[in-house]
Design a protein around this ligand. Structure first.
Ligand SMILES: Cc1ncc(COP(=O)(O)O)c(C=O)c1O
Length: 385
């Protein structure tokens, strides 16, 4: 039998990972790695975190599915848990299965609520690969050859007055402005405070919804529960995913209360959205976030790692700099990061590429001081001189 060929969306890194425990994973030869890749940020709360794995297995033993036409305690628990950490002005939550689907639902919410069509996004943005999310994703290589909806791309971190006028000019056609508080895939670029605030104000003045995409930056990673808190933004919609499910594929759209009705009555749907195991994972993930003070730990470990990296890489001509917030860090090289990533993998540290020149580090929050030392020295050993 020939068997099926796996469709690999990404190039292979030539590593077979067989198990993980918190910040570490092991390959099929028993070799241990510090995981600063975390499945593109999904395992921020660690691999096989017992506080999450236990609750998920319990849920799987209780109920396989629960359509949104019915109620179940798992979903009630997840909604209660998210209410504890949602931005205080939010009044509604919708669930989905992946980041892209959360973005899709957020855009549909904006289109349905405003009756407008146009969406403004930013250069360097990444919001996912389904057609709505893809339409507001910057990289032309990802969009080429696929039908997309109406979107315009504005410069990220531009002069605040310019950003404000570019958005208000789009005026009455604009349904939403979607922005990452820290661009991840685009190269780990934290937004500048005045830029993001101008974007928020311009969206409000234009009657468009401000959608803040926290799928990568949110849920504690940057040192606050939500990255937009660093900037004092008041989004109309926040999308969350990755870390939110402690490893399970689940995402959420948090929205102002008045938007709750926009997708009700059959205007949206999803078979698995809000399924019991995913809901148990969300409830457990929120418990971990609060009981372990995850944002504070990410802030401390992140600042230790950033300063070690800066110290070790200082003066290297091939290194443009180290940037990021909390445990969302990028080492910007004046070169393709692929050889550095390969060398790091050989020395027991997994990380990913962002933009064209950035080594992206997205480790779990429990990274110890010893791990910080190891990651920093491996990066220093592998980065070009
Ligand atoms: C900011 C942001 N939005 C959306 C997505 C899409 O999420 P998913 O891959 O789960 O569809 C990602 C994934 O990297 C992301 O970083």
């Amino acid at each position: 039998m020939a068997g099926l060929r796996l469709v690999r969306y990404y190039g292979s890194r030539g590593l077979r990972i067989v198990r993980g425990r918190m910040q570490y994973v092991w390959d099929d030869r028993g070799r241990r790695y510090i995981d600063a890749h975390t499945g593109n940020g999904a395992a921020f709360l660690g691999h096989a975190n017992p506080a999450i794995a236990g609750r998920v297995s319990e849920a799987l033993g209780e109920l396989a599915a629960c359509s949104l036409s019915f109620d179940c305690p798992h979903r009630e628990e997840a909604v209660r848990a998210l209410s504890r950490v949602a931005p205080p002005h939010m009044g509604a939550v919708a669930f989905a299965n992946s980041g892209a689907e959360a973005v899709e639902a957020a855009l549909k919410m904006a289109w349905a609520h405003t009756g407008r069509r146009l969406v403004a996004a930013f250069r360097g943005s990444f919001h996912g690969r389904t057609l709505g999310a893809l339409s507001v994703t910057w990289n032309p290589r990802y969009r080429r050859g696929f039908p997309v909806v109406e979107a315009v791309f504005l410069p990220y971190n531009s002069d605040p007055a310019e950003a404000h006028s570019a958005i208000t000019k789009l005026g009455p056609r604009l349904a939403a402005v979607i922005v990452e508080p820290v661009q991840g895939e685009g190269g780990v670029v934290p937004g500048e405070r005045e830029f993001l605030r101008a974007v928020g104000e311009a969206a409000r003045e234009s009657g468009a919804l401000l959608v803040v995409d926290e799928i990568q930056a949110g849920f504690g990673r940057t040192g606050r529960v939500w990255a937009h808190e660093h900037y004092g933004l008041e989004p109309d919609i926040v999308t969350a995913g990755k870390a939110l499910g402690g490893g399970l594929p689940v995402s959420a759209v948090l929205a102002r209360g008045e938007l709750a009705g926009a997708l009700e009555g059959g205007r949206h749907g999803s078979t698995h959205a809000g399924n019991p195991a995913a809901m148990a994972a969300v409830a457990a993930a929120v418990d971990v976030l609060l009981s372990d003070d995850v944002p504070a730990r990410a802030r401390e470990a992140g600042s230790r790692l950033a300063s070690r990296l800066r110290g070790l890489l200082e003066g290297r001509r091939a290194v443009r700099g180290v940037r990021g917030l909390g445990l969302m860090l990028g080492v910007d090289l004046r070169a393709n990061p692929a050889p550095t990533l390969r060398c790091m993998q050989e020395r027991g540290v997994l990380a990913s590429k962002a933009g064209v020149s950035v080594v992206r580090l997205l480790p779990p929050y429990m990274l110890s001081p010893g791990d910080v030392e190891e990651v920093a020295s491996v990066v220093a050993e592998c980065a070009p001189g």
